[in-house]
Write a protein that binds this ligand. Structure first.
Ligand SMILES: [Zn+2]
Length: 458
């Protein structure tokens, strides 16, 4: 078994149970797992096949991104102006996706993974918005990241015009994907059930999928924005708010991850807490889409009740920048100002959301999210000998408030190096972006969409 030693790290931010930060740290990797973490001095006698000198580097667990649509958005990033109304925007997005070929989806997925991995994200959850699932899996094979995916399904006509099947067929499509692909790429791929949203799925479909994941020891995620239109609907139909109706039909639980959760009331938060339900928030996308994060989001209350919450970026046309660290930073910033309380969402808490708590929200904290003996060797080395890192007196605030993906030097998943000297080694990034330009041009020509740029271009 190949043994790698990382030594002389300026700090190792372990995110273990004690949240130890080790100055002059070292880490021993045997095969795909971490064998030891400690001081460089303490590991001096440990032999290794390969030694990485991490002098001037901060080492962290690989970041966890709990909500990012990988497969289509890069071809239309920036195409639709910010003020495009949702009833135009979302159907247009899915119309473009419907026109994509399998090769195009492979390229957009690989580009998304490249952007994420090179900025330090190693575990990626795509909420199933894939047209050719095999294309995304092939891209994951290349990129070497950890991927949670599935096929999003609906059985209700919906404004985004995502194809609606009858409930049985939709459940079959989603569970077939789990049965066929869960555990692919040496276990790096997890497949979950992913109904698009509880607004666009019947109770029959939701219940069938929950039963299917319970039987398979799998998990599920769905969009649960809890916008006013959804709240009005369930109040009208069931006399209660959406999250409480979900609890009634058995759709909450420790294997359920609710995405966005913008407008929750106290009873809904209590329902999530008592059922062990997890959440993921995508602050940059929510802010850009004016979904009410500042005015309505109850993230501080969710966290106070012990609900595990992950951060996500959402897609390259919603959140645009696919840096999990950016999502951590925005999350730490907005609640302080919105509530006039600087004690909310400290950097230590959003760093947890991007690592160990995010892993817990995805049910993966036994394997990833912290640097400790027995865990998968998924980690990031940041180069701190850069202007934005200096002076480094507090690695926790530096990671959230002043560092970003530009300083990522090395990324490993399963002990395999994917990024070295800031460059992904699994792809020719320039060649890939050149292909994406052609993909985008072709798609726009085929679908007759054109960007609306505010100023004349000569
Ligand atoms: Zn989404």
């Amino acid at each position: 078994m190949a043994v790698t030693k990382i030594e002389n790290a300026r700090y190792i931010v372990t995110m273990d149970a004690q949240r130890r930060i080790i100055r002059d740290g070292a880490l021993l990797i045997e095969g795909d797992r971490i064998a030891r973490v400690g001081k460089t001095e303490a590991l001096a006698g440990a032999p290794a096949d390969r030694v990485i000198n991490a002098s001037g580097k901060v080492v962290t667990p690989g970041l966890v991104n709990g909500h990012i649509h990988l497969s289509y958005a890069h071809a239309m990033r920036g195409l639709f102006p910010e003020d495009t109304p949702p009833e135009v925007y979302f159907p247009s997005v899915f119309k473009i996706q419907a026109a994509m070929t399998e090769e195009e989806e492979y390229l957009t997925s690989l580009l998304a993974m490249t952007e994420l991995v090179k900025s330090g994200t190693t575990t990626i959850l795509d909420p199933g918005s894939t047209k050719f699932m095999e294309a995304g899996l092939a891209a994951c094979g290349e990129a070497g990241c950890r991927l949670i995916t599935g096929i999003h399904v609906t059985d209700r006509e919906n404004p985004s015009r995502i194809p609606a099947y009858d409930a049985r067929e939709a459940a079959r499509i989603a569970t077939d994907a789990i049965d066929r692909h869960h555990g692919a790429h040496g276990g790096r791929v997890h497949v979950w059930a992913m109904p698009f949203s509880d607004d666009w799925a019947s109770d029959e479909l939701l219940v069938a999928l929950k039963r299917a994941v319970d039987e398979r020891n799998s998990r599920m995620t769905y969009h649960h924005i809890n916008a006013s239109v959804s709240i009005e609907r369930t109040l009208r139909e069931y006399g209660k708010r959406p999250t409480l109706h979900l609890e009634d039909i058995g759709l909450l639980g420790p294997n359920v991850l609710l995405a966005h959760v913008i407008d929750l009331d106290e009873a809904e938060i209590d329902a999530m807490a008592r059922t062990g339900t997890a959440a993921v928030v995508c602050p940059a996308a929510s802010l850009k889409l004016a979904q009410g994060t500042i005015h309505q989001s109850k993230l501080p209350e969710l966290l106070a009740k012990g609900v595990p919450v992950s951060v996500g970026t959402d897609s390259a046309n919603n959140g645009n920048l696919l840096e999990t660290q950016h999502a951590m930073r925005v999350t730490s910033l907005v609640y302080k100002d919105a509530r006039g309380d600087t004690s909310l969402l400290p950097a230590s808490q959003t760093l947890e959301m991007g690592t160990i708590m995010g892993a817990r929200a995805l049910g993966m904290d036994a394997e990833v999210g912290s640097l400790e003996s027995g865990k998968k060797a998924d980690l990031v080395l940041y180069d701190t000998e850069r202007a934005e890192w200096s002076a480094l007196v507090n690695p926790v605030t530096a990671l959230v408030y002043n560092a970003d993906g530009r300083s990522v030097d090395t990324v490993m998943v399963d002990g395999v190096t994917l990024v070295e000297n800031g460059k992904p080694n699994f792809v020719d990034e320039r060649a890939l972006t050149a292909k994406l330009e052609a993909v985008s041009e072709g798609l726009l020509a085929r679908t007759s969409f054109a960007p609306r740029i505010p100023w004349p271009i000569d």
